[in-house]
Every structure is written in C-alpha cells, then in structure tokens.
Design a protein around this ligand. Structure first.
Ligand SMILES: Nc1ncnc2c1ncn2[C@@H]1O[C@H](COP(=O)(O)OP(=O)(O)OP(=O)(O)O)[C@@H](O)[C@H]1O
Length: 341
C-alpha cells in the first residue's frame, strides 16, 4: 500500500459524446501525503474539475487507478465509494449552502445524515463556529452573510464529521482579495491545527503561494510539472508554470522583460533565486571577491510564500567569459541559478 493519502496512478479520463471523444486527463501520476496542502493549478479547461470528481469518486477514470487512503476507487462498490467520500470534506466556489436553513442547520446537516444525536450536533456545531470565528451568526441565514462568512460556514460544514481530507474547489475564486486572504488563513489553520490534508484546486498562483506546500500544474489534461512550491516558484520548468508566475510574481522577468534587459545592459543575464532575505548580499559579495567579475542588479525582489520569503534577482554579470562561467558555477552552489540564453 502506498503511504500517500491520495494517489493517482496513470489516470486518464475521456468523455464521449455521440461520435466525438474529449480527453480531459491524460496519464496523471500524483501523490498527496498526509498533512500536506497540495494545490492543483491550471487554466480553464485544463481538467481540474474532472480531477476533483475522480478524487471524490463522482466519476471513474477511463484508465489508471485513484486511491484514497489506500483504497482503489475503481474496485469499490457504490456503498464503499460513499464510505470513502465521507472521509473527504468538500468546499465549493459558490459555497453551496442551503438558503432556507440557518447557519447552525447548515453545519449540522452532515451530522444529522451521519446519525449524530441532537446534543452531539449542538456541541460539534458550537465548536466549529468557534473555530471559524462566527459564533454570533448561528441563527443567521446565508443571505445575511458576506461571501467570506459564507465560505467560513462552508468550511465548518465540510469539517463537521472530522474528515481527514478537505477538497477545496476554487474556494476563494468568488471572493475579493482581502477576504481571499482571510479564507486562506483559515484553511491554513485547518491544516496546521487540525492536521487535515488539503487539496486545493485553483487557477490563481496567489492561492498556491499563500497556502500550499506542494503544487501540480495541469495543462490540457496533462500534469506538466509538480513538486514543492518553493522549488517550482524558484525554478519553473514548464512554459505553463512560467505563464502563471509571470502573471503573479513580478520578481521573475518574463521573456519580453528579458529581451528589454538584454538591450539595456552589458553582460550575461543571470537569474538567482535565494531561499531567504539574508542571502543575496553575501552571495554576490563573495562572487565579486573570488572571481574577476562585476555585476549590476537589473530586476527582482522578494516574494512571500506562506510565512517565508524567497528572493529572485536578475543580475547582469560582466567580466571575461571564463570568469563569468566560474562565477555562475559559484552562485549555483548556493542558489538556484538560470542563465538567460
Ligand atoms: N461531462 C463531460 N462531458 C464532456 N466533456 C467534458 C465533461 N466534463 C469535462 N469535459 C471536458 O473536459 C475538459 C476539461 O474540463 P474540466 O471541467 O475538468 O476543466 P477545468 O480545468 O475544471 O476548467 P474550468 O476551470 O473552466 O472549470 C474540457 O475540454 C471539458 O469540455
């Protein structure tokens, strides 16, 4: 049995409509370990919703296997799939609250379905309302709440029966930037304080940056890149990932910016990603001291990822070609380095 809480093994999914077939996912391998916040990012049509429906057992893959807590969903009965689904809390973009029920009744609903007693329900709903900071809204109706408050209630309801996994499908896409940050902070607490493993589906790199520790990038049904967020942000390999980053992080020069820098500055353009705020100065000082080169910082800055920051600086490195090569080698020993072609 794999150690991952969720595993996709060579998963493909096609839909057939009449004589045409659409392939939504191709040969996806993905492992989400217990305790992780794993983001799946992709543009519209990349296959994100299909992936969610496969993980929560609403659809079966055309090929490959989906495992949740070691159970292969492709080999389970409908009843067994329902049991697996009860281990996954769902949070939706449009909140999906019952408008005719109070906040209390919305959160109590899954408890009622699971057969909890009235007293147990009351105790659990009170705990959840405290956790999401909305004890004063127990008797309000969803229409009386702001979008952010609705999503807090959506999260409380998803957590009601203590599922070990939370699947958040574009959970902040309907919210403004400030409210988005509040909800992302709440999701982090869900992960850190309650130990819930979270899979976040999003089209926003900012969500990945503030919340996730791992990320997979989907493009046209393919998983084009995956790994720790810090590594992918520091050195994205796939063109799709770079597009996402160029749109959100101003610290990495895009192709147009690199062309402009090349016209403006002499020397070799080198982009250096450093792991924290205290590294770049010392690193560049050492390189200039040890090698016969000079430099100018021409682009870059710091970006916050969860509570840490990484710096990405583009420098124009000047000197003879051997010295520049050695300097790049020295930088590569201490940081992630990309030399512009
Ligand atoms: N039930 C279906 N029948 C036919 N085609 C489908 C079905 N569900 C999804 N698709 C197709 O599969 C591809 C991926 O769709 P999916 O909804 O998973 O993408 P997405 O990344 O979630 O996009 P969005 O962000 O726009 O929701 C699209 O080409 C879509 O048209």
């Amino acid at each position: 049995m794999s150690e991952a809480l969720i595993s996709l093994r060579g998963v493909g999914k096609s839909f057939t409509r009449g004589s045409t077939s659409v392939t939504a996912l191709r040969d996806i391998d993905l492992d989400v370990a217990q305790g992780q916040v794993y983001a799946v990012i992709g543009y519209s049509g990349a296959g994100k919703s299909t992936l969610v429906r496969l993980i929560n057992g609403l659809e079966q893959p055309t090929s490959g296997a989906v495992l949740v807590e070691g159970k292969d969903l492709t080999s389970l009965s409908a009843k067994e799939i329902r049991q697996v689904r009860s281990r996954i809390g769902m949070v939706f973009q449009q909140f999906n609250l019952f408008g005719s029920r109070t906040v209390f009744a919305n959160i109590a609903y899954p408890l009622q379905l699971a057969g909890w007693s009235k007293e147990q329900q009351q105790k659990r709903v009170a705990e959840l309302l405290t956790f999401v900071g909305l004890t004063d809204k127990a008797w309000a109706y969803p229409e009386e709440l702001s979008g952010g408050q609705k999503q807090r209630i959506g999260i409380a309801r998803a957590l009601a029966t203590n599922p070990p996994i939370l699947l958040a499908d574009e959970a902040t896409s309907a919210l403004d930037p400030d409210t988005t940050q509040d909800v992302l902070r709440l999701l982090r607490r869900v992960n850190e304080e309650l130990g819930v493993t979270i899979v976040v589906i999003t089209h926003e790199m900012d969500v990945v940056r503030s919340l996730a520790d791992h990320v997979a990038v989907l493009d046209d049904g393919r998983l084009v890149e995956s790994g720790p967020v810090r590594e992918i942000l520091a050195q994205p390999k796939a063109a799709t990932t770079r597009r996402f980053l160029d749109a959100t992080l101003r610290t990495r020069p895009g192709d147009g910016e690199l062309a402009r820098l090349r016209e403006t500055y002499d020397g070799v353009l080198v982009t250096v990603a450093v792991p924290d705020q205290h590294t770049i100065g010392g690193l560049l000082t050492d390189v200039v001291r040890d090698h016969d080169v000079s430099f100018e910082i021409v682009h870059g800055g710091y970006t916050t990822i969860k509570d840490e920051s990484i710096g990405t600086f583009t420098i124009a490195l000047q000197g003879d070609s051997t010295a520049v090569e050695r300097a790049v080698e020295a930088l590569s020993g201490a940081a992630t380095v990309e030399v512009a072609a």
